[in-house]
Design a binder for this molecule. Sequence first.
Ligand code: FAD
Length: 405
Amino acid sequence: MNSPSFDIAVVGGGIIGLATARQLVGDFPNLRVAVLEKEPGVAAHQTGHNSGVIHAGIYYSPGSQKANFCSTGGAMLRAYCDERGIPYEMCGKVIVAADESEIPRLEELHRRGTANGAEGLEVVGRERLLELEPHAAGVKAIFSPNTGIIDFSAVSRSYASDLVAAGGELMTGAALLSITRRDGRLYLETNSGVMSARGVINCAGLHADRVAGMMGVDIGVRIIPFRGEYFSLVPERTSLVRGLIYPVPDPGLPFLGVHFTKRIGGSVEAGPNAVLALAREGYRKSGFNIRDALEMAAYPGFWRMSASHWKTGVHEVYRSRVKTAFVKSLRKLVPEIEGRDLHEPGAGVRAQAVDRRGRLLQDFSIAQSEDAVHVLNAPSPGATSSLGIGRYIADLAGKSFGLTA
Ligand SMILES: Cc1cc2nc3c(=O)[nH]c(=O)nc-3n(C[C@H](O)[C@H](O)[C@H](O)COP(=O)(O)OP(=O)(O)OC[C@H]3O[C@@H](n4cnc5c(N)ncnc54)[C@H](O)[C@@H]3O)c2cc1C
């Protein structure tokens, strides 16, 4: 029996795989493109469990891919949503310095954000902060009017419709199991049959290193899962937060610190933290997967990372287990918050690439191999940046696979 044949197989129906696939069929109309997604629907992992923030590009090193893709991708995303009628709200965000000691880092963030082209950034004093967020603590803040909120699952579904409307194929419930090369083609074995392609674009998120491994590619990093746990505020207390309230983050880590996030439906979330997970899809505190845990333990980079960040790691576990510790962090931002204001716990798991020396990759990482492009590190602001990343990868794939329009 002949296996279905494509030019490009995109592995992963998260927001980045879908953005890439729709860009490919747009740029190269004759190309046969398939997206393989192991879950029954799109956006089932990072994309469907994120905070829903359209970031303005404040935190990232100027010149980095995060800085570039966040500002171009964010503008593309808003234009796309305007065209498609997908709701979003530019509700603005404040990053608050809890005390005088945090002001130098706050000012450094302001310099970075301005260098990155984040529009309208202002350093504001306490009085203006209280006009913006009447219940916020803090001695000074950055106000970012160009930060907003959106439902990234809805955006992903729209990208998927674009793909299918342009003749691309979305294969859900198709988990990629192995890849073999034969006669210049790639044969992808899935749990629902075999298909072939000339090239692969690996957007497998929490499993991106494994998909690269199926192609015999040593990518020099492993995905280490970090769970981000959050609560919702009870409806009677959502008025404590108008938009988005963030702390000044630890500059040594690629996480933003627990914060308050207004959601597009009107609810408010508190979190997420960043706890090492013992399962790549470990959405519960008790989540444990023997393969994931053993592979992590066998990776020298994991132990080097643990040696450098053990204090933060222990604190994160403590704050995850002891609700009063979680509340204490939140009170630095909004002192009126009480434990009883938090309900409906939820979580997402970040795919964070860690190199052999134990360094957490700060920037996005997109690598090429003989017949593939691999997205190795695409944590936040990956969803905001999706259209920018998709355009970049489609361009890269066009050149390396010799695609013609
Ligand atoms: C808690 C949290 C909060 C975040 N907040 C924000 C935010 O506010 N703003 C922002 O811009 N970004 C945010 N992010 C980051 C953002 O969600 C990610 O950058 C983005 O979703 C990455 O998309 P992706 O397509 O690479 O990965 P994913 O969405 O994880 O998609 C990968 C897909 O690949 C599939 N897959 C894996 N292996 C296989 C296989 N073998 N066969 C077939 N399919 C496979 C998976 O099922 C999955 O659907 C957050 C992330 C988390 C976890």
